[in-house]
Write a protein of this length. Structure first.
Length: 480
């Protein structure tokens, strides 16, 4: 096979086929093809405006690129596997269509700035997509927080701690996801600068207009240092991190669902559609989807480590190692999007077993803090009250009783400060409603939290809409 490259001039011999196979990035960068053509369209418009190439050449190149864009859109574009990467494919395709004038397209740029520009454009779309998926899950959790008026055991160390509401619990997950969404959008803003025109590493001698290209591709501005531009993969690492933390949050949620749906807890039932059976044990209904979400977190975190280790110790500027940057981030975002989608489906169809929960929540002296608070509000120091209630707990364990089963006489043996109103004071509802401090589990507090998360959800939706509009307007301008 005769190998075609963009750089064969100084070589006497063709590439060995194994070299070609080893160095090819087509498996991964074919996903960049649309963005590569958009970048080239913006670049050729600029070469024309800056009078670097004549109008008639720019016309020919533009129409050739547009027909490639159409082929990519329709799925007709054939990737030639004997070429090194997608950028080479598109440039050769262009010269196949328009002839040798296509060779003027690469004036004033290099694949080094081209690759990183394409990757950023791909990732911008992927980020907006992933944030929308996070928001769909947030929305499903908001529904639960609004509709499930249930008190559940709040745990620390996986032990009964204090009663909380399902709303408070769902909101806790929502706030984590809200930070994930805003972390992604901040990373989006940070990476939204255009490297094109940095050329190989040092800029170019042609009188190019980088502002024009940045604007045409929907970037905020051009990047500021050519050497930084072609070596920078911070944005990719950052997104690998954003993906990891979101996946870790999903993994915690998945773990809870797995425990909550076990025989031992039996708090929730995951819908049949999102569980699987066993080939040997007919009774089984397994939470495999949640387990896979937990499991896939391993890959996603691994991809972050790949990025960190791959870029560690690279000298400036472009080094071929950087070609390995795409797969980990693309795979992480893709896997995360699927995990978010499945989690959203599980959450939207989750059934709470209210009776089981109502029985379990009274166990484990979960209102012991409130019993101590009762004594403290009647004059005992909290420390002494803590000691008294500890003794009551020990007594209850011996007698196999709950606080509510104790008579007032029994209670008075521990402290004269106990009165009739203690039973109401330590009811689960009172325990929850009295936690009315800002951020607490009372219904008033969860109302305030809900208002906040709904507002920030709306703000994110606006931002996503704004950014997608900017991007899509650019694409339609470039192809028509
Ligand atoms: N396939 C390469 C990549 O994705 C293209 C950049 C090539 N640049 C170079 N100097 N060899 O990184």
């Amino acid at each position: 096979m005769v190998n075609r490259t963009l750089w064969s001039g100084r070589f006497n011999r063709d590439l060995d086929n194994s070299t070609l196979e080893f160095t090819s990035s087509l498996d991964v960068d074919t996903a960049l093809s649309f963005y590569d053509v958009m970048g080239s369209l913006a670049h050729v418009n600029m070469l024309r405006k800056c009078k670097i190439i004549p109008d008639k050449d720019a016309d020919v190149i533009t129409s050739g690129l547009r027909s490639i864009a159409a082929q990519i859109e329709s799925g007709e574009f054939k990737v030639d596997r004997s070429l090194e990467d997608i950028h080479t494919n598109i440039e050769f395709k262009l010269t196949d269509i328009v002839g040798s004038v296509g060779g003027k397209l690469h004036t004033g740029r290099s694949r080094n700035d081209q690759v990183v520009t394409d990757f950023k454009m791909y990732l911008r779309d992927a980020v907006l997509d992933v944030v929308s998926s996070i928001d769909r899950l947030i929305n499903a959790l908001i529904e639960i927080a609004r509709s499930e008026n249930i008190i559940i055991p709040g745990l620390t160390h996986t032990q009964h701690a204090q009663p909380v509401t399902v709303a408070q619990h769902a909101l806790a997950h929502i706030f984590k996801l809200e930070r994930d969404a805003s972390r992604f959008l901040e990373a989006f803003d940070r990476m939204n600068y255009c490297p094109l025109g940095s050329a190989a590493l040092a800029g170019t001698t042609y009188p190019i207009d980088r502002e024009m290209v940045a604007e045409a591709l929907g970037f905020k501005a051009p990047t500021q240092n050519s050497m930084d531009s072609v070596s920078d993969r911070d944005f990719a690492t950052e997104l690998a991190f954003c993906s990891s933390l979101t996946a870790i949050h999903l993994s915690s949620m998945a773990e809870e669902l797995i425990i909550w749906s076990s025989q031992e807890f039996n708090f929730v039932e995951i819908d049949d559609m999102y569980t699987t059976g066993s080939s040997i044990m007919p009774q089984k209904k397994n939470p495999d989807i949640a387990e896979l979400i937990r499991g896939k977190t391993g890959n996603i975190v691994g991809n972050l480590v790949t990025m960190l280790v791959m870029t560690k110790g690279l000298p400036l500027t472009y080094n071929r190692d950087l070609q390995e940057d795409k797969a980990p981030v693309m795979l992480s975002l893709d896997s995360l999007r699927k995990c978010l989608m499945m989690m959203c489906k599980i959450v939207s169809t989750l059934k709470f077993n209210e009776n089981v929960i109502a029985n379990k929540v009274t166990l484990g002296f979960i209102n012991a803090t409130d019993l101590a608070d009762y004594l403290a509000t009647r004059g005992l120091t909290f420390r002494d009250a803590h000691g008294v209630v500890g003794a009551v707990v020990r007594y209850c364990i011996e007698k196999n009783k709950n606080f509510g089963d104790l008579s007032l006489d029994e209670l008075k043996k521990f402290s004269e400060l106990f009165y009739d109103d203690v039973y109401n004071y330590i009811s689960m509802e009172s325990c929850v409603e009295r936690r009315n401090s800002s951020g607490g589990t009372s219904s008033q507090s969860t109302e305030i939290q809900l208002e906040h998360v709904v507002q920030s959800y709306v703000r994110r939706k606006d931002k996503i809409m704004r950014e997608s509009n900017i991007i899509n307007t650019c694409w339609s301008r470039l192809v028509s």
